[in-house]
Ligand binder design. Structure first.
Ligand SMILES: NC(=O)c1ccc[n+]([C@@H]2O[C@H](COP(=O)([O-])OP(=O)(O)OC[C@H]3O[C@@H](n4cnc5c(N)ncnc54)[C@H](O)[C@@H]3O)[C@@H](O)[C@H]2O)c1
Length: 259
């Protein structure tokens, strides 16, 4: 018997088989969940996501295009999901975007209004946009998670405007949790350690982050995608029925170390 048996939900953020969302999905499927997917409608994304999901044994996935920065795309995804399945049990929000130019070490003070607004919109507001569309479909309660990073709490050189977006994402988690708790909808975030993904490669100084993390973390190594996936199963399953509004660090303890 799986911890996610009988639960079906939407996964936003698989780009390939290195994405955090891919690792999360892998663990969710292993625990019996049914997952529906979206892809960013640019370039070869659809094919990449299909290939990544096929590796997880899902040959004919429920898959829709979705630029989460567009209300009409989000509306279309939630409407189609409702038509096809009715009830929604969970959402995985694993998306973020900031212009690479502003993710260089020393460049935060050069961030333009457009780049700042876009980073906050795609990386933080989209959680609110998804939660408001999910709520009417979560008729028997539900669980929502997002992916954050320690750069939303402390200054990490190169993380820059994405750190501001993560601070907004984490606090949106708390406000959403407070309002949706009465409907038995729980909202939590995972603050994951660095993982080699497409998005991570855009962050200035990422190689130093990996080295530093491995040296300073209590567990003396970088974390794996599976470790975040396991925590996602905990947060999306009934195991965590009493937990909401939390940001859980899956970073090998890096955040507790002062020196
Ligand atoms: N990789 C890390 O080191 C790390 C650490 C902590 C947190 N995170 C977070 O994990 C999440 C997933 O990132 P990842 O590292 O797996 O990288 P990734 O590149 O594999 O995933 C990022 C995803 O965001 C999607 N995306 C970007 N703009 C979008 C838009 N407008 N609409 C819809 N989707 C959009 C991309 O298509 C992609 O699937 C992000 O929130 C990221 O900040 C990553």
């Amino acid at each position: 018997m799986g911890l996610m048996d009988g639960k079906r939900g939407l996964v936003f953020g698989i780009a390939n088989d290195r994405s955090y969302a891919w690792w999360v999905t892998r663990q969710l499927l292993e625990q019996g969940a049914e997952c529906c997917y979206t892809y960013l409608p640019f370039g070869k994304m659809e094919r990449r996501v299909r290939n990544a999901v096929r590796e997880l044994g899902n040959d004919d996935p429920w898959l829709m295009e979705c630029d989460a920065g567009k209300d009409e795309d989000l509306d279309a995804v939630f409407e189609k999901y409702q038509q096809d399945f009715g009830k929604l049990d969970f959402i995985v929000h694993s998306i973020a975007f900031a212009e690479r130019e502003f993710l260089k070490i020393g460049n935060f003070h050069t961030t333009t209004r457009q780049a700042f607004t876009q980073a906050l919109d795609i990386s933080a507001f989209t959680l609110v946009a998804m939660a408001q569309r999910a709520q009417p479909l979560m008729t028997e309660g539900g669980a929502i998670i997002s992916l954050s990073y320690y750069g939303g709490e402390k200054v990490i050189p190169g993380y820059n405007v994405m750190g501001i977006a993560k601070a907004a994402l984490e606090h949106s988690t708390r406000y959403l949790a407070a309002e949706l708790g009465a409907k038995n909808i729980r909202v939590n975030s995972i603050s994951g350690g660095p993982l080699k993904t497409l998005a991570a490669s855009a962050v200035g100084g990422i190689d130093e982050m990996f080295e530093h993390q491995a040296k300073k973390s209590p567990i003396q190594r970088n974390i794996t995608g599976d470790e975040v996936g396991n925590t996602a199963v905990y947060l999306l399953s009934d195991l965590s029925s009493g937990v909401t509004g939390e940001v859980i660090h899956v970073d090998g303890g890096f955040n507790i170390v002062g020196l």
